[in-house]
Design a protein around this ligand. Structure first.
Ligand code: NAP
Length: 324
């Protein structure tokens, strides 16, 4: 079978596919494919493994009649028009679970870095602005016994809440559309409505998927309802946060600070004003970027494709209705 990989992935995943006797072509470039080139690749391949942030819209599925399955090397699938994939009979899979610990680590890293203004203080050294020890300068805030609010307490939110509870005895509150009874039982997490999540959180961490319902959910109105001493963390998708509003809220002192692993758009422009604010820490979408996690994601994405090639249900199927 002909498999097209949209961006180089860890070798373990490629080896799994070639060892099974399949022909693999890779778009080995840091520049994403144009929509036209992606369609052309999809017309020549039987299967696609998406290693990057390519968008798969209805036009893509409509124009790739030979395509049999699409495997994403990510848990997020906001880049794929899933109803369109289903309409054209294409099963789509993702890589849930294997990246939860690594992504939760980045949420933790950002929470701690923002609480101590770590990135800003580091920049001060680079700029020759470190004038010596000062008892009243560089002050951060502590996390012990504070309240951690999770917007979207699923796999990654759970891992982050577990770490924050173990490290700082943080009280966990959360808002989902449904209850997470396991988190309530294991972490003592308390389900609250969205307004209480905003007003009670000392740290509010975003972990819900980007959908039409969650897009720009965090904006000036929501920031104004949060504590002035609160920290906002986003490791989900940039589109959940209105970034201009976030910059305004930080300048107005509506929030203590923010830590972002994801931005809108990506990559973030180097002159984005958020990068120069004192209480902001931004990372270039590295949530799952460890050797171990990326290997596991590549293996899982390849295994999903191998199942599809054998005519089996993809283990991590996103649109199971495609099989009926
Ligand atoms: P998950 O297990 O599906 O958890 C997402 C949670 O969000 C669910 O508990 C869901 O609960 C809740 N949710 C969904 N829609 C909501 C809404 N409208 N309002 C409130 N809560 C909502 O997903 P995950 O594996 O933790 O991944 C979460 C997201 O992280 C992914 O979608 C992806 O975008 C992002 N991610 C980022 C990185 C990175 O590198 N930074 C890495 C991996 C994943 P209900 O259904 O009950 O609402």
């Amino acid at each position: 079978m002909k498999i097209f990989i949209t961006k180089r992935i860890p070798q373990k995943g490629i080896d799994l596919l070639t060892a099974a006797g399949h022909e693999v072509a890779i778009h080995d470039s840091s520049t994403p494919l144009s929509p036209t080139d992606l369609i052309q690749a999809g017309q020549q391949a039987d299967y696609i493994l998406n290693g990057g942030m390519q968008k798969f819209d209805e036009e893509f599925f409509e124009n790739c009649p030979n395509l049999k399955a699409l495997s994403l090397m990510s848990v997020g699938h906001d880049n794929v028009d899933i109803p369109a994939a289903t309409k054209y009979g294409i099963p789509v899979s993702n890589t849930p679970g294997v990246l939860s610990g690594a992504t939760a680590d980045v949420a933790f890293l950002l929470m701690l870095a923002v609480s101590r203004k770590a990135f800003f203080n580091h920049k001060q050294i680079l700029q020759g602005q470190w004038k010596g020890f000062d008892p009243t300068a560089h002050l951060g805030i502590e996390l012990n016994n504070k309240t951690l609010g999770i917007y979207g307490l699923g796999r990654i939110g759970f891992e982050f809440a577990r770490k924050a509870r173990a490290a700082y005895n943080m009280e966990i509150i959360y808002y989902n559309r449904g209850r997470n009874l396991e988190a309530e039982r294991i972490l003592g997490a308390r389900y609250v409505n969205f307004d209480d999540l905003l007003t009670q959180s000392d740290v509010l961490s975003i972990h819900a998927a980007l959908t039409s319902e969650t897009s720009n959910r965090f904006n000036l109105d929501t920031f104004k309802r949060m504590k002035n001493s609160a920290i906002l963390i986003n490791t989900a998708r940039g589109g959940l946060v209105q970034e201009d509003d976030l910059a305004s809220a930080l300048r107005l002192g509506e929030l203590w600070g923010a830590g972002l692993d994801v931005t809108n758009p990506e990559p973030m422009a180097a002159d984005n004003p958020l990068l120069n604010l004192e209480n902001v820490c931004i990372l270039p979408h590295i949530g799952s970027a460890t050797v171990e996690t990326r290997d596991n994601m590549a293996l899982m994405a390849a295994s999903n494709l191998l199942a599809a090639i054998k005519g089996e249900k993809m283990p991590q199927i996103i649109n199971p209705e495609v099989y009926t």
